[in-house]
Ligand binder design. Structure first.
Ligand code: AMP
Length: 494
């Protein structure tokens, strides 16, 4: 029977591997049976209070309790939005205004913040949810379910400053996870070392693939990513065999020199997504873990998580660009004027409560005018290489024109990130002064870096401003935060 609701996987795991660990971290272990029972209890509580298809905000740490809350919301036939508890309350309110949640589920320590942003929504503290599961009520909600019902809404930063709520239906997660488990050759009982915060789409793969494969989730504290030696120790001790991280996190570990050969014998799958993976980072990992499987995945939140993938199958020089490869099964990618446009079940039905933003990004397929076939315009540029693989070229909006030349900042960044003495780096454009600003961390000084870039990019692409910083700002999901880099640079100019 085909799966139409992600809860089917949870119930399968609870029935066929009840005592297998769903979460397995020091001081916090929970089986799949316990996870399902807790989700059903929370779901029954919510179903008694909220109508089906009501939005629910989650103001919780990244924890097993938060996963139980998400699944509880799904049991109630509702959909969830995890909030970054460290974001300013003003932004939480903006999200609340768009989402109009029926309830906020929170941990005790966030209760006062929850009340401050509630604006009419009920606030429930997760520790205070009492009562047993009510199988009849849950069954009734399930009978009313269709697979186009939403599972979650994730808010991403909008260019206008108002966050956009990407809504995703059960069927998109089902389609994606069934593909991922097979294509990525995930074994039963695999052990996921989860880096992505729950408000970032990469976490969807961690949570639901672990569930589908009756595996375990190891939620790695954010702080560990600042201490690579501690992080590697954790991966080893918890025998983590699969990671799906942003390249910045893999780069930090590789650069710290803590990846000697043999240090992580259990780690078999190193997957990444979310930003460009520098081949130099990939090569450091491959040298230390030659047996592991490496897969580059590409995709925005609007298409659930991943729409193109490339399993590393050959050698790359440090300065090469890594392909994003091929469309995932049941997903179509068209390049329209070089822009990646995606069609398929993976598509979000739109930005929640934002018809104009939806209409701008989700368009009718111009090649199929006979029917309303929807296409998501990613704003990313790509081209095919001579092997027929998709190559990511950068954001449409990171394409600049200077002295008549069309320049992709991404191309300069690729050269920058592979330069000797550069740990990490990026380029931003100061349009007012028509300057390309290059910022990096690592031992290289301006002169040696300039010399290296001169060998890699045409003269008209060479940056005008060279700034070596101690560290680069990161977004909540761990990628390089270019908006902040630009803001810091601009601030220094005034
Ligand atoms: P998000 O919606 O936060 O997942 O961000 C999606 C954006 O990250 C995409 O539109 C791309 O610009 C970028 N991105 C994601 N995966 C990759 C990748 N493998 N290589 C390069 N850029 C990527």
């Amino acid at each position: 029977m085909s799966v139409r609701n992600v809860l089917t996987w949870l119930e399968d795991a609870a029935a066929s591997a009840p005592d297998a660990a769903a979460f397995d971290m020091p001081g916090c272990a929970m089986t799949w049976r316990e996870t399902a029972a807790e989700a059903q209890r929370i779901g029954s509580f919510l179903a008694a209070r909220l109508a089906a298809r009501t939005p629910v905000l989650l103001l919780m740490e990244k924890s097993p309790a938060c996963v139980c809350a998400m699944l509880g919301v799904a049991y109630a036939g509702c959909f969830y939005t995890p909030l970054d508890s460290s974001m300013p309350e003003a932004r939480m309110r903006l999200i609340g205004e768009t989402l109009r949640p029926g309830a906020i589920l929170c941990e005790e320590k966030f209760a006062s913040a929850a009340y401050r942003i509630a604006d009419g929504a009920a606030v429930y503290q997760i520790e205070g949810i009492s009562g047993e599961a009510d199988p009849e009520r849950l069954a009734e909600r399930r009978r009313g379910h269709v697979d186009t019902d939403l599972l979650y809404v994730l808010f991403t930063s909008g260019s206008t400053g108002v966050p956009k709520g990407v809504s995703i239906a059960h069927r998109s997660v089902v389609d994606f996870v069934e593909w991922a488990c097979g294509a990525l050759r995930l074994p039963e009982g695999c052990r996921f070392g989860s880096q992505a915060p729950f408000y970032f789409d990469n976490s969807v793969l961690d949570i639901y693939c672990a569930m589908r494969m009756r595996g375990s989730l190891h939620l790695i504290p954010k702080a560990d990513f600042m201490f690579p030696a501690r992080l590697v120790k954790r991966l080893k001790e918890e025998r983590i065999d699969t990671v799906f991280w942003v390249p910045s996190a893999l780069t930090a570990v590789a650069n710290a020199g803590v990846l000697q050969g043999g240090v992580l014998p259990d780690l078999r799958r190193v997957f990444f997504c979310g930003e460009v993976m520098p081949c130099r980072t990939l090569n450091l990992w491959r040298t230390a873990l030659p047996e592991a499987d490496y897969v580059n995945m590409y995709g925005p939140t609007e298409i659930t998580d991943v729409c193109a993938w490339y399993r590393v199958d050959r050698e790359f020089a440090d300065a090469d660009a890594l392909p994003i490869g091929f469309p995932c099964e049941n997903t179509r990618i068209d390049l329209i004027d070089g822009e990646i446009c995606v069609t398929g079940t993976c598509l979000s039905p739109g930005y929640y409560n934002a018809p104009e933003k939806t209409a701008a990004a989700f368009v009718r397929n111009p090649m199929r005018p006979q029917i309303p076939e929807w296409m998501y315009r990613t704003g990313d540029l790509a081209a095919y290489n001579e092997r027929g693989e998709l190559m990511f070229l950068g954001r449409r909006d990171s394409q600049i024109k200077r002295s008549g030349y069309r320049i992709e900042l991404g191309e300069i960044e690729c050269a920058l990130q592979s330069a000797q003495g550069v740990d990490s780096g990026c380029c931003v454009y100061d349009g007012e002064r028509e300057r390309i600003v290059c910022v990096w961390t690592g031992g290289a000084d301006e002169k040696t870096l300039k010399r290296q870039l001169k060998e890699r990019v045409p003269k008209y692409m060479l940056p005008d401003v060279w700034l070596r910083w101690d560290e680069l700002p990161a977004t909540g999901s761990g990628k390089i935060d270019r908006v902040k880099v630009k803001r810091i640079y601009e601030h220094s100019q005034h």
